[in-house]
Design a protein around this ligand. Structure first.
Ligand code: 13P
Length: 246
């Protein structure tokens, strides 16, 4: 049984004060049957982690370097996330791939490093509008997922979450239909199955791209969709609670 995972990706939004107000207003209202995760900007993480101790709300980062330490100005080391007890780290979000030159190779190094230090990676994948229109969606996600999961030890596979986020549906209000999302996510599971056999059944695969309270039920009702990675609609506590109650 794969436990559903609903994650908010706050991207570059909220101050510490705003983040703390948010968690105060959702505390006690989350459900043990749904894994609840907030991925916030780095400077909020320590406070959010402390504020959610003893609750079932998990906290994650949105990026991490793959080296342990060194001359990488502006980057954040794995140990820095470990010392503040991060549960998850998003790896290879399309915004990072498109604007900050992340590659499948750097994402793979980050996935392996996150597992090594005990933080669960959320590996993102997804096609552009041009790729979808050229019927290259499956080819694109197959390449991203197979390269991203290269050399993952099968015993660690269940720690990995995959997020399928079609780039054309992010922040645009255009959602892939639940069926379109499920079709690609089923295919992603078959890619994982080719690499890891039936362990693929233990991997949770989220959909992301304009998920909101009004469409989350249909998305979560699909056979292969195990969760959602949500940007805009995760910023308001009421909307986020609506997502959790799919
Ligand atoms: P939106 O929910 O704002 O479309 O963002 C999706 C996303 O990029 C989550 O990582």
């Amino acid at each position: 049984m794969r436990k559903p995972i609903i994650a908010g990706n706050w991207k570059m939004n909220k101050t510490i004060k705003e983040g703390l107000e948010f968690v105060e207003s959702i505390k006690g209202k989350t459900d043990d049957n749904v894994e609840t995760l907030i991925c916030a900007p780095f400077t909020l993480l320590k406070d959010l982690k402390e504020a959610t101790k003893g609750t079932n709300i998990k906290i994650g980062a949105q990026n991490m370097h793959f080296e342990n330490s060194g001359a990488f100005t502006g980057e954040v080391a794995p140990a820095n996330l470990v010392e503040i007890e991060m549960d998850y780290v998003i790896i290879g979000h399309s915004e990072r791939r498109e604007m900050f030159n992340e590659t499948d190779e750097s994402c793979n190094k980050k996935v392996l490093k996150a597992i090594e230090v005990g933080i669960n990676p959320i590996l993102c994948c997804g096609e552009t509008l041009e790729e979808r229109e050229a019927n290259e969606t499956m080819k694109k996600v197959e390449s991203q997922v197979s390269k991203g999961l290269l050399n993952v030890d099968p015993k660690d596979l269940e720690k990995v979450v995959i997020a399928y986020e079609p780039i054309w549906a992010i922040g645009t209000g255009k959602t892939a239909t639940a069926q379109q999302a499920n079709e690609v996510i089923s295919y992603i599971r078959s890619v994982v199955r080719n690499m890891f056999g039936d362990l693929a059944d233990s991997v949770r695969i989220q959909y992301g791209g304009s998920v909101k309270p009004a469409n989350v039920a249909e998305i979560m009702g699909q056979s292969d969709i195990d969760g959602a990675l949500v940007g805009g609609a995760s910023l308001k506590a009421d909307d986020f609670l609506g997502l959790l109650k799919f």
